[in-house]
Each structure stands twice: as structure tokens, then as C-alpha cells.
Design a protein around this ligand. Structure first.
Ligand code: ARG
Length: 467
């Protein structure tokens, strides 16, 4: 520990206890901010030189030293000493050791409070782009699978009971829509956080003539955070980011739940490739969807991160408090888990085969055409509420006799209501029903093809999404 490493120690009579050192350090997790910390420091030093608070020669020495430190960290040559507390101190003290006095001028007009707020915003900007690219990958996997199944049918469920027939593509594209909103939410989050807190100092700014617009411009921020107290106090953008991850995790978890069910023997709708399944140590016949189960479970950790950060924020007095250091634990963990789940979800979707024949063979069960029959009666002039009752009675009759609606004779139909004619049979059966869907966004082949064309064009060659 050099003299310069913790200049604030001069204020305290005793060295921190080893327990304190361990408890307060963040270097073990904030070191991943190093590139952003260095970029921020170079921008700050360039501004100090512009404002003649340091000389050009001092700026060049600082820049060179920081670039070398960055290369050392990148190459794994840099020695992290937890006594340096955090990544900001680790880099600054290394700089001072390397270049001496110019290094000691870097922290002019700056505090770790605005520094860390800057770093985390810079990190999130990039992370958001990474996650949005991951979303596109998953969307593309769903779209590719959907393209193979614009005609193949499956039952749609409400309350996990067979509801109405749909094409498989429509089901798959529902996830693409959800993911698109996840992406837009992240983009909005990025827009809101893209303002520079740098130069807010500890809380009140500086008596030195620093130029905050200059550092903001250099770092690609759209603006500065105008109030220095707000700039160092809040992590609302972090909470918002985790919320976006949490909602994405909810979407992924519901997808996982579907595919766990659909891959079971009971459903038998799809088969996930062996490479994405695991087996049992005891039961030799097992092919388990553990990946999807873990995806479902990890949602809990992301929700936990959200609650953790919200709770960290709620009781703090205005200004920077050390509580804020823990924001990163939860932001990183939510981001990492979400990124990993997106990645493996895309791989699973790309390696799943729908068992279309088996699904089709089971479509006659469950009266999937009952709603369409009620709508047929509407076209014959019967009020829907009445039609609903008539079809309900027909279904009850069929159920008792172990028959399907399409197996009723015209006479039996007419006992329900005389308006039914021979054309009723064109309205029954899953395949006829899906072809008759005419409303926008319905789950039939025509609408699915239209949606598919939109997504294929929209996602083609995209690094990131945006409708
Ligand atoms: N490691 C701290 C954090 O992550 C940096 C700011 C510390 N500031 C302070 N005055 N102790 O928030």
C-alpha cells in the first residue's frame, strides 16, 4: 500500500482493520468496469488540459499511463490489491506509481462518487446493446422455426385447457412480439441513462472551472445530468435496467414452462435436441429439460436483484452513500443471467423439432372448433350469447357420447337449432377453423404468414432491434 493509494487515510488515526478492508471492498466485482473507468479518466484529463488545470504534457503522460494500465489489465498482468478498495482507486494508484505527479492531478475536480456513476452508465450503455443483440438472435431463432410451421396446427390453451386451434407459427411469433417490447424497453432505458454525471464531484460540483459538457461529449453522452446532487445520488436507471431484465426473464420463464410441458410424454408436442437435454443418474430412460428448468428458476434471482436494488435505494438520505456501491452486484448479476438465458434460449429454439403429425392426430379432442361453430350460428342470425348456449349443449351431448362436433348428423344439429345447414361441416375441424380466422392478428395461417414476412424483413441482418 503506497502513501498515495489511500490519501484519505491521513484523516484517520488508525489503519482500517482487515475486517473493514474485506467488508468495504468492491474491487472483486467492480474490476469489470476498468475500461469504462479508464475511458472516463482520459476524457476527464483531456478536459482538465483544455481548461488549463493541467498541462498538455501532463495530459499525455496520464493518457499513456492509463492506456498501459488498460493493456496490463486486459492481458492479466495487472495486480489487483483489494486494499485499493475499488477499481477507481486501483487504477489511480497504479497510475501514480507509474507516472508520479501528473497522475496525482487526475482526480482534480472529480470524486469517486461522480466517477462510479459515470462508469456504471457507460457500462450499461454497452451491456444494453449486447442484450439487444441477444434478443435479436432469439427472435431470429423463433422466426426461423415459425417459417417451417405456418400451416401446421396445434391447440391453443387458456387455463391450460384446450381452447381454439392455431398454427404453430402464430404461437412462436407471440414470443417474438414480447421480445421486441423487451428490446424497446431496454432502448428507452439507455436513452434515459445516457447523460453524464461526471464533474458533479462528491455532491456539489467544484470551485474549479471544469467543463462538464466537454467530458459528456467525449464520452458520447447525449447531455449532462444537470443537478450535481441528483447526479451522484440516484441509481434509478439501474433499477429500471434490472426491471427490464426481470420482465425479459418472466417472458423467458413462461417460454421455458411451455416447452417443459410440451416436451413431456403427456403433451409430446416437441423434441428438444439431446445436446440441450440432460439425463437422470438413476432412471436410464430420462431426457430431462434441465436447461429450461434452470431458466425458469433463474428468474427468481433476477427478481431478487430488482428487489435488492429498490431496497438499497429506498432508505438513503440524498447524496452519495456507500450503500450505492452494492448497486453493481445486482446490476451485473441481472445482466449476466439474462444474457446467458437469452443465448441458450436461442440455441434451444434452433434445436427443437415440433412433432407436427402427433399434434395433428390429437387435434380432434377437446372441441377446439366449438367457438367457431358458435360464430357460424352468428352468421345465421343468432345472437352470440344464445349461440354460445346452443353449442354448449351440443358439446355436452357429444361429450356424453364420446363424439366430436363434426360427427353429429345434420338432424342432430338441427335439434339444437333449425338454422344450421349442411355447410356447417365446412366450419368444423381444426384445419377449417384456422383458415377461417379473418381478424387482424388472429392465429391462422394467413395472419401468421403476414407477421412472419414482417419479422423476416425487420430482423434481416440486424445487429439490434427497433420497430
Ligand atoms: N466503490 C464505490 C462505489 O462503487 C465508489 C465510490 C466511493 N465513494 C466514497 N466516497 N467512498 O460506489
Amino acid at each position: 500500500m503506497t502513501d498515495t493509494q489511500r490519501s484519505w487515510e491521513k484523516r484517520l488515526a488508525a489503519k482500517p482493520d482487515e475486517l473493514t478492508v474485506d467488508y468495504v471492498e468492491s474491487l472483486s466485482y467492480d474490476r469489470r468496469l476498468y475500461k469504462y473507468d479508464i475511458v472516463g479518466s482520459i476524457a476527464h484529463a483531456a478536459m482538465l488540459a483544455q481548461q488549463k488545470l493541467i498541462t498538455q504534457a501532463e495530459f499525455r503522460a496520464i493518457e499513456k499511463g492509463l492506456v498501459e494500465i488498460s493493456e496490463d489489465i486486459e492481458a492479466g498482468r495487472f495486480e489487483f490489491d483489494k486494499a485499493a478498495e475499488d477499481i477507481h482507486m486501483a487504477i489511480e494508484s497504479a497510475l501514480i506509481r507509474r507516472i508520479g505527479e501528473p497522475g496525482a492531478k487526475l482526480h482534480t475536480g472529480r470524486s469517486r462518487n461522480d466517477q462510479v456513476a459515470t462508469d456504471i452508465r457507460l457500462w450499461l450503455r454497452d451491456e444494453i446493446e449486447t442484450l439487444r443483440a441477444g434478443i435479436v438472435q432469439l427472435q431470429q431463432a423463433f422466426v426461423a422455426l415459425a417459417a417451417r410451421h405456418t400451416e401446421d396446427l396445434m391447440p391453443a390453451y387458456t387455463h391450460l385447457q384446450r381452447a381454439q386451434p392455431i398454427v404453430i407459427a402464430a404461437y412462436l411469433l407471440s414470443f417474438v412480439e414480447q421480445l421486441e417490447r423487451d428490446s424497446v424497453r431496454l432502448r428507452n432505458c439507455r436513452t434515459l441513462l445516457n447523460a453524464s454525471p461526471l464533474g458533479a464531484g462528491a455532491i456539489a460540483g467544484s470551485t474549479l472551472a471544469i467543463d462538464r459538457q466537454s467530458t459528456a461529449r467525449q464520452l458520447g453522452f447525449a447531455d449532462i445530468v444537470y443537478n450535481s446532487i441528483d447526479a451522484v445520488s440516484d441509481r434509478d436507471f439501474g433499477a429500471e435496467f434490472i426491471f427490464d431484465c426481470a420482465l425479459m426473464a418472466a417472458h423467458l420463464s413462461r417460454f421455458a414452462e411451455d416447452w417443459i410441458l410440451f416436451s413431456s410424454n403427456e403433451f409430446g408436442f416437441l423434441r428438444i435436441a439431446d445436446a440441450f437435454c440432460t439425463s437422470s443418474s438413476m432412471m436410464p430412460q430420462k431426457r430431462n429439460p434441465d436447461v429450461l428448468e434452470l431458466m425458469r428458476a433463474k428468474t427468481g434471482a433476477i427478481y431478487g436483484a430488482l428487489v435488492a436494488l429498490l431496497t438499497i435505494l429506498k432508505g438513503q438520505p440524498s447524496g452519495y452513500n456507500r450503500d450505492l456501491q452494492e448497486d453493481k452486484i445486482h446490476i451485473f448479476s441481472a445482466a449476466d443471467t439474462t444474457a446467458k438465458s437469452l443465448e441458450i434460449a436461442a440455441a434451444i429454439v434452433a434445436h427443437t423439432a415440433f412433432r407436427t403429425q402427433e399434434i395433428a392426430a390429437g387435434l380432434d379432442a377437446g372441441f377446439l372448433d366449438a367457438t367457431a361453430l358458435a360464430e357460424y350460428l352468428v352468421t345465421k342470425g343468432i345472437p352470440f350469447r344464445q349461440a354460445h348456449g346452443i353449442v354448449g349443449a351440443l358439446v355436452a351431448r357429444c361429450e356424453k357420447q364420446g363424439r366430436e362436433l363434426g360427427q353429429l348428423s345434420l338432424e342432430e344439429f338441427r335439434e339444437g337449432t333449425p338454422v344450421i345447414e349442411a355447410d356447417v361441416y365446412d366450419h368444423l375441424g381444426a384445419a377449417s377453423v384456422v383458415r377461417r380466422y379473418v381478424s387482424a392478428g388472429a392465429a391462422g395461417p394467413e395472419q401468421a404468414r403476414r407477421q412472419l414476412a414482417f419479422w423476416q424483413e425487420h430482423l434481416a441482418g440486424q445487429g439490434h432491434a427497433g420497430r
